[in-house]
Design a protein around this ligand. Structure first.
Ligand code: MG
Length: 388
């Protein structure tokens, strides 16, 4: 889509101190995936870049290797280079390893994982037209220039103010020249400032949804990003047990008076078995046969409410939490209506959810099939789980 070769330098050599972590904030997990992985993936999937260079502190190289093993991350990264003592040094190190025939380079913060293809495209367009392009957003607060002692000295026209982000894009030769003219001991908070020093005006790029391209810096930023709407995951469960004499009939933890009961290794609570399978299915964690094998004597005669509690703990250990459950018990006799409220309470209490998030229903099959003939009881469930 372009005849010019475009590359990207991702700067992630900072620390997490302002975010309150004792590690580099780009390694922080955001709803199950690291900030850095999200950022690199977004850049690579945009399809624009020939090379992606990652700048990391020496002390983070090990953490990065572990991340790659864990998340299968970042095959798109062509070089990893060590950062310097300042942001400007780190950027220089990244720029220096790019292929010399690079036409355009975008410099991006590793702590901005919400970068989109449209934003990248807009920056590249501006670099092609104007020689530079820097993502920016309008400023919503009124801004004061201060005298440094707590007094405002002027109020710039807000409509002319822009807050700048990354990516910041430049002709590769220009930004190399700007950096080599920039003093080793000088510092700048962004690359546009380095460029401006040498080439005057930088083009400010208006990109769609740039306000979403936040830099994760403070604990509040991380909390907001984590509370972004998360799609629930849905699972289904189905189970059947045979009705026999001399067994208790336990359904959703309720001892239902009846002349027969369900046969099974545990208490044979067919309804809870369907619920557990739905929960495990939603998290893609297998099924209850896998978690609580029949062959294990510990589970002989055990209350399925205990197994449901174990299922909840297993979900939690994998970063999931149950959100809602709906189960239908297919049973000709006995009538279950008097027990439904207690059944819902049992599930709600065990899963630590409000009763209003638990559905329990019972139906007959008009005397059709094994349930209708009273040979057994079946149950079907759906459940949703969300990432914590
Ligand atoms: Mg079962």
């Amino acid at each position: 889509m372009t005849d010019e070769s475009i590359s990207c330098v991702v700067v992630a050599a900072g620390r997490g101190t302002r975010a309150g972590f004792d590690y580099n904030k780009v390694f922080h997990m955001l709803n199950g995936r690291s900030v850095l992985n999200r950022c690199l993936d977004a850049l690579s999937q945009s399809g624009f870049f020939r090379e992606i260079v990652l700048v990391l502190s020496e002390s983070d190289m090990d953490a990065y290797r572990k991340l790659c093993m864990k998340e299968g991350a970042c095959p798109s990264v062509s070089h990893i280079v060590p950062g310097g003592s300042t942001r400007s040094h780190s950027v220089r190190n990244g720029l220096n390893v790019l292929r010399k025939d690079t036409d355009i380079v975008l410099i991006h913060d590793g702590a901005r994982p919400f970068i989109s293809r449209e934003m990248i495209a807009a920056v590249i367009e501006d670099v092609k037209k104007y020689g530079s392009g820097v993502i920016c957003t309008p400023v919503t607060d009124t801004v004061k220039m201060t005298d440094g002692n707590g007094f405002a000295v002027s109020t710039p026209d807000r409509s002319l103010l822009r807050a700048v982000q990354t990516p910041q894009g430049f002709r590769y030769a220009d930004i190399m020249e700007a950096y080599s003219a920039f003093g080793e001991t000088e510092t700048a908070t962004d690359d546009a400032a380095v460029y401006e020093r040498r080439f005057s005006k930088v083009k400010l790029t208006d990109a769609p949804n740039a306000e979403k391209n936040i830099k994760l810096t403070t604990p509040v930023d991380f909390a907001r990003a984590e509370n972004a709407p998360v799609l629930p995951r849905i699972g289904t469960g189905y189970d059947v047990h045979r009705l026999v004499e001399d067994r208790k009939l336990i359904l959703c933890g309720v001892d239902v008076p009846y002349e027969k009961g369900l046969l099974g290794h545990s208490d044979a609570d067919v309804a809870l078995h369907a619920v557990m399978d739905a929960l495990l299915g939603a998290a893609a964690m297998g099924d209850i046969g896998h978690l609580f094998p029949d062959s294990d004597e510990r589970y002989k005669g055990i209350s399925s409410l205990i197994l449901l509690d174990e299922t909840r703990k297993a979900l939690e250990a994998n970063g999931f939490t149950a959100y809602n459950v709906d189960v239908t018990i297919v049973c000709q006799r006995p009538k279950l209506a008097p027990y439904i409220a207690e059944m819902r309470e049992n599930i709600a209490r065990t899963l630590r959810l409000p009763v209003s998030f638990i559905g329990v229903k019972a139906t007959t099959t008009e005397r059709l099939g094994f349930e209708g003939e009273g040979l057994g009881i079946s149950a079907q469930a759906v459940a949703t789980v969300i990432r914590k």
